[in-house]
Design a protein around this ligand. Structure first.
Ligand code: G3P
Length: 223
């Protein structure tokens, strides 16, 4: 199976307006040029506009609610109706309860949507894997946004997480994230057993996001 480069656009300036759409075009080019799946994890506010440019889009959060009278929430079914590929949930910057995560995964499964469940620790990753999301992203929160890559600073977190998830369900892919900056960091994560990486600042703050995504993707494709 192809390695995965998931780019969490967060709410960086470059996620929005023409810059966001340009980054989506870049993601499409990288997905064509490298043998890697590129997923854009888009802000709720402009995910549809991003998906109009490049189709492999997840939204950054979803709520376990039915459609109806809920103001300012995002029912899982809304993501399906808008045609997104999946939803990310439980990012360390947007934590939810286990019950919330479970309800989102179950509803997403009924609707044919993928779920990327985030976890701060190998133990949390294993607990998330019990629910059978498509992917679990393991990110030590203290390294997020630091530029200090988890694959160098805490490789044992990745290996423990990969083992813990495999012991629950080998079908759940593990992404590694936090501080991933260079192709070498991404390659190392894959060598440690991850299916790919979840990155944000390295791409969203790059002068040339296309070059940065290509660097990360090509390095993983070479493993
Ligand atoms: O979701 C990815 C993110 O939390 C990692 O952030 O900036 O360290 O790549 P960053």
């Amino acid at each position: 199976m192809k390695p995965v480069l998931a780019v969490n656009m967060k709410t960086y300036r470059s996620a929005f307006g023409p810059e966001g759409r340009s980054l989506a075009r870049d993601a499409g080019r990288v997905a064509q040029e490298a043998d890697v799946r590129v997923i854009l994890v888009a802000p709720l506010v402009n995910a549809s506009s991003i998906a109009g440019v490049y189709g492999d889009v997840y939204i950054q959060h979803a709520d376990p609610l039915d459609l109806g009278a809920h103001t300012g929430y995002t029912p899982v079914e809304a993501a399906a109706l808008e045609g997104f590929k999946g939803v990310m949930v439980n990012h360390s910057e947007h934590k939810v309860t286990y019950r919330h995560l479970q309800a989102v995964v179950e509803r997403a499964r009924e609707l044919g949507l993928e779920v990327l469940a985030c976890a701060d620790t190998p133990e949390e990753a294993a607990a998330a894997a019990l629910l059978k999301p498509a992917m679990v992203a393991l990110e030590p929160p203290e390294l997020i946004g630091t530029g200090i890559p988890v694959s160098r600073a805490k490789p044992e977190v990745i290996t423990r997480g990969v083992e813990a998830v495999a012991s629950v369900d080998r079908g759940v892919a593990v992404l590694a994230g936090a501080g991933i900056t260079s192709g070498e960091d991404a390659k190392r994560a894959v060598e440690l057993g991850a299916r790919g990486v979840l990155v944000a600042s390295a791409v969203m703050k790059a002068k040339d996001p296309y070059r940065k995504m290509l660097e990360l993707a090509e390095a993983m494709a070479r493993v």
